[in-house]
Write a protein that binds this ligand. Structure first.
Ligand SMILES: Nc1nc2c(c(=O)[nH]1)N[C@H]1C(S)=C(S)[C@@H](COP(=O)(O)O)O[C@H]1N2
Ligand SMILES: [Mo]
Length: 526
């Protein structure tokens, strides 16, 4: 077999190609992850936006004037060109050392990360695409350069370690390089296509969502009595942007309302299929409902309160005609997630609805656009299906939903809970009379009392703010007299049936955490 060393392998070209391909793979993976995580733009675009921000205004104006709508594409193109040069350079640098290309990658990722964080409303998860891109660069570059490295002329002393017949370079090396280059190149192409698909869908749906005007949906008006008026207590209404997010979907479904259909079937007299237009042309009902997650720990923040607008499920189920023997509704979302909801909770007169709006605006995509279920009194995992597309009237005995298959309880009624927001754990306060405050919830039962106990002393009644119904949380406040030193404050609620929140501590699994929330803090002489 001819084993002539391939001369081109020892020149710079394949190294530059390796750098370019590894670079492309990293950019593509960061783009795909950004789109998948529903981050508005890729890190490269964030850098472009940062450049625009840093450029003197006259330059920007000149560019917009002269280049019109092409200005952004040109800027991104220029950035990609600079990147291409630097990325090819990483390949060439990899010929002599591993740390030089690594340093270039780290600097580039640093610039990307800085640009991402400079974006309006940036969060730390926005850095994930940058991190994924960096890791992809390192892995892809070492993968691609490994065959090239094998073909390098041996350094002094290294040759001795090589056994007979292990020639450097050769067709195997070349084949191996070409194969790897092909794989990395293909991965880059596939990842960009995926990112593009996901991103385009989302942008389009976001535009539709913004332009939607929903008849019968009104703006939220927080009842004036709902606020206790203590600084630092959680807002009674949770803005959509602050509302906790829980879902199993990696890339959230992006559904055009025009494509949305809901099927109601199973143990019914008449199957119903509804389009979005048909749904929103029905009577809209609206209410304040507090939603909480079964995974919420004692004192945790997986709970929020919003003004939901939608169509009552009881009416739809009555039209479908539920048959004898049914006791559950298996809900399925566009991403395949399922939950089984007690039929009774959907038909007993409470405000169980197919919600189309949250706080007076069409549901945010992440909270289930265009349609989700909301059922007061049940944890989200058994009731609050986002991107809901299918309701099967059935029997609990015949189905198993996503979380019940994984050991969580079949029935998920909420548990009475209370939380101290002020003071926060570890706070340092002035001694003397001090206002403490928080929230308590027992959706669809209601809260009748909240008590606090300082340093294991007697329970003291807190004042309760108002609520529009038993389906929302309630703010509470109390005044405690603090002596200088360390303190502990505890809270417990009593529901509207007179049942006191249990002190027994339980983990969230399988049906929700219990126990009293407690915070520790210190007071000092002012
Ligand atoms: N499609 C879908 N819907 C879902 C979930 C999910 O994973 N997928 N999680 C549920 C859980 S566990 C909770 S607590 C609520 C959270 O709703 P939010 O993200 O709007 O706060 O959604 C529920 N609906
Ligand atoms: Mo949840």
């Amino acid at each position: 077999m001819p084993c002539a060393t391939i001369s081109s392998v020892s020149t710079f070209r394949p190294w530059a190609v390796a750098g370019l391909l590894a670079g492309a793979a990293g950019l593509a993976s960061s783009y795909a992850v950004a789109m998948g995580l529903t981050i508005r733009e890729s890190p490269v675009v964030a850098v472009a936006e940062l450049v625009v921000d840093l450029m003197p205004a006259p330059v920007v104006e000149w560019a917009i004037e002269r280049l019109g709508r092409a200005d952004k594409a040109l800027l991104v193109g220029a950035i990609l060109l600079v990147l291409a040069v630097l990325l090819a350079l990483t390949g060439v640098l990899a010929r002599r050392s591993w740390w030089a290309p690594t340093a270039v990658y780290v600097v580039l990722a640093g610039v990307g990360g800085y640009a991402v964080l400079a974006q309006r409303g940036a969060q730390s998860v926005d850095l994930v695409p940058v991190a994924v891109g960096l890791v992809t660069w390192l892995v892809a570059l070492s993968l691609l350069t490994e065959p090239l490295r094998r073909a390098l002329p041996a350094r002094p002393g290294e040759a001795a370690a090589r056994g007979p017949g292990e020639e450097r370079g050769g067709t195997d090396t070349r084949r191996s390089f070409l194969l790897r280059a092909g794989l990395v190149g293909a991965a880059a192409v596939v990842l960009s296509a995926v990112g593009r698909g996901v991103g385009r869908g989302r942008r389009h749906v976001e535009r539709t969502r913004r332009l939607l005007k929903l008849v019968g949906v009104t703006a939220p008006e927080v009842p004036p009595s709902a606020r206790v008026g203590v600084a630092g207590v959680t807002g009674w209404m949770t803005p959509a942007d602050d509302f906790y997010l829980i879902h199993t979907a990696i890339a959230v479904p992006t559904i055009e309302p025009a494509d949305w259909r809901l099927r109601i079937h199973g143990l019914v007299e008449r199957e119903i299929e509804l389009s979005y237009r048909e749904l929103i042309s029905r009577q809209v009902s609206e209410s304040w409902i507090t939603l909480s997650c079964v995974s919420n720990e004692v004192g945790g923040s997986l709970v929020g309160n919003a003004w939901w607008s939608g169509v009552r499920l009881a009416d739809l189920l009555a039209e479908a005609g539920v048959r004898e023997g049914a006791d559950a509704v298996l809900q399925t979302s566009a991403d395949g997630w399922t939950c089984s909801t007690p039929l009774a909770a959907l038909t007993d007169g409470r405000d169980a609805m197919l919600a189309v709006a949250m706080n007076g605006r069409p549901l945010p995509i992440d909270h289930g656009f265009p349609v989700r279920t909301i059922v007061p009194g049940l944890f989200g995992y058994v009731s609050a299906t986002k991107w809901v597309v299918d309701l099967e009237v059935t029997r609990f005995a015949d189905v198993e939903a996503f979380w019940t298959q994984r050991g969580w309880a079949e029935q998920g009624p909420v548990k009475t809970a209370s939380r101290i927001d002020v003071p926060s754990d570890g706070a340092e306060l002035p001694a003397g009379p001090t206002r403490v405050a928080g929230v308590a919830w027992a959706q669809h039962t209601g809260i009748s009392a909240v008590e606090v106990a300082l340093d294991g002393g007697a329970w003291q009644r807190a004042e309760l703010a108002g609520t529009p119904s038993v389906d929302t949380w309630v703010q509470w406040a109390a005044t405690v007299d603090l002596t200088p030193g360390e303190h502990r404050l505890r809270v417990r609620a009593t529901d509207a049936d007179g049942v006191v929140q249990t002190a027994v501590e339980a983990e969230p699994l399988p049906d929700g955490a219990t126990g009293w929330h407690e915070v520790g803090f210190s007071a000092s002489e002012g």
